[in-house]
Design a protein around this ligand. Structure first.
Ligand SMILES: O=C(CO)[C@H](O)[C@H](O)COP(=O)(O)O
Length: 208
């Protein structure tokens, strides 16, 4: 099981400082969507250079221009790129083709998808690498969490690896780790913690 740290609401210097504190516990560094929008693929490039031994995920959440957007992130150093499951299937296929051409991986973010089994079947037919169950920040704000969707996903996915995101912290990690997704994504719980290293350590240890 890998721990993916989402660097979301940070500027470059703060994000690099944060990463130094928690690097021992993190397997995948996510350049989060707000960070991507703020700093673009420069952030991907900077983190790949600073941490060449870590995997880098560009959370572009591609909705259109699948091949081009995925290719740009990959050229900047991304090992994984995200596309929205809600995008046109042509966009998902384009992004997947780019990741295949460069030997990288496509993560499909299932945010807002209600028919998870139906979408999983369609995406596994394409052959995508990772399916990410995700309760977004706005849905978290009204009390939603991704545990139920993760249960549906683990019962649906046959080939793809599974990731989960949505407000996971050291207080809730056990129920997610028990379902054994390949990747657990954590953003705010570590980013906003008083002691980010202690929070990351507690989460990582619960995953072992
Ligand atoms: O993709 C995201 C927001 O769109 C976040 O990176 C992801 O949800 C993890 O952050 P948090 O743990 O704060 O939910």
């Amino acid at each position: 099981m890998k721990l993916q740290l989402a660097l979301d609401e940070m500027k470059m210097d703060a994000a690099l400082e944060m990463m130094e504190k928690v690097k021992d516990y993190v397997d995948i560094i996510e350049i989060g969507t707000p960070f991507c929008l703020d700093a673009g693929n420069n952030a991907v490039e900077t983190f790949k250079k600073a941490y060449p031994d870590k995997e880098i995920l560009a959370d572009c959440k591609i909705m259109d221009g699948g091949y081009l957007e995925a290719e740009n992130a990959i050229k900047a150093g991304a090992d994984y790129v995200t596309v929205c499951a809600a995008a046109d299937v042509l966009t998902v296929k384009g992004a997947f083709r780019a990741t295949q051409d460069y030997g990288k991986k496509l993560v499909v973010d299932m945010i807002t998808i209600e028919d998870i089994p139906g979408k999983v079947a369609e995406l596994e037919e394409i052959g995508v690498d990772v399916l990410a169950v995700h309760t977004g920040a706005d849905a978290q704000a009204v009390g939603r969490e991704p545990i139920q969707d993760l249960k549906v996903m683990t019962g649906s996915a046959k080939k793809a690896k599974i990731a989960v995101a949505g407000g996971i912290s050291s207080k809730t990690i056990d129920k997610y780790a028990a379902l054994k997704p390949e990747i657990i994504i954590v953003g705010s719980a570590i980013g906003n913690a008083e002691d980010p290293a202690a929070e990351a350590k507690a989460i990582k240890e619960a995953m072992m």
